[in-house]
Design a protein around this ligand. Sequence first.
Ligand SMILES: [Zn+2]
Length: 406
Amino acid sequence: MIFARAVSLVNARVVADGGIADSIRFSSRVLSIGERPRHGDTVVDLAGGFVLPGLVNAHDHLELNHYGRIKVRDRYANASDWIADMTLRLASDQAIRAGRAFPLTERLFIGGLKNLLAGVTTVAHHNPFYAELRPTMPIRVVRRYGWAHSFLLEGRPAGARGEPGGDVAARWRATPSDAPFMVHLAEGVDAAARDELPRLEALGCLAANTVIVHGVAIDGDGWRRVARAGAGLVWCPASNVFLFGETARVHELIAGADGARVSVALGTDSRVTGSRDLLDELRAARESAPLSPEALFRMVTCDAAALLRQSRAGRLAVGVPADLMVIPPRADEPGSALLQTARRDVRLVTVEGRPLVGDPALAAVFLARKVSSRPLCVDAARKIADSGLVRRIAGCPIAEPGVSAA
Ligand SMILES: [Zn+2]
């Protein structure tokens, strides 16, 4: 066989734009949904497994995922106090200094691997788009975006090489109106955090492309103004609860209570404060607010893609890139099944039709797409993965806990 074959996944539950279908055909793109396999396809029976669009993680700092969780106090009132503690720790803590000494390429790779193993095929990175990102990442990183770190770090270093956090208003003005502008806002529970939304509005920076990250301190009146502007929220409940013991009342924003319907996407943030990966974050989200599995599912697929202006991500339709995730049928409905999925359970992840990691039982997909595979161990589960990826994992000086070339 010289050319890669198309793959037909059958006896499946495919979560597509038009509803649930029983099959999907793909090469690098989705070729058809709910149609019979064609002659020459490699046909794989999924025994009822769900085929989902690759997930979208709406907030991460890809170079900060190898430290583990760090805080000095039990509770903070504002992210500024945590940043001050971290600045002190950075100077004194040997483990953090060692973590920072790894090459940026390696640090970013661990961030990419964290996301890939959880079925994330598109991630929004908050910080500069480092030159190292493009050759390093096994998954897609949103390329077209504007960002400022926060009002807290205006004129102060925020990036891996000390790149400034940026002047919020200047960065907002420099962002095209059809690209997302992402900024940490109201990350705390004190008066200073409450003042940030009015400050953003006074600068004229609350608009339809504004993506507020955190928003913990925004009250009902504030959310009504956010809704009127058409701006959105990236919600990182695990990080918020870790630092502040509370998070935004997202179920009210989604329900549109009080005239404030706001689009919400879920993000992990980095592991310095957030959960291990987006699958764990989904469970943290469910514990933080009374949200339906369907609403949570939208926050990591179509709603996240819409907020990030990624029209071909977070959905399955004919012609879109074949960024897929296959999970076991542990429930009748995809959101509930996803909530019962940890990264060791993920049966397959493809980016642009290229299988990157999956169960040994799905080796036929790797063969069809002409991707050589090697064993990989993920949290004691036997997997196979793209051999180049396994070599990269084996050669990375930073170990990802639970993952090894088997
Ligand atoms: Zn963040």
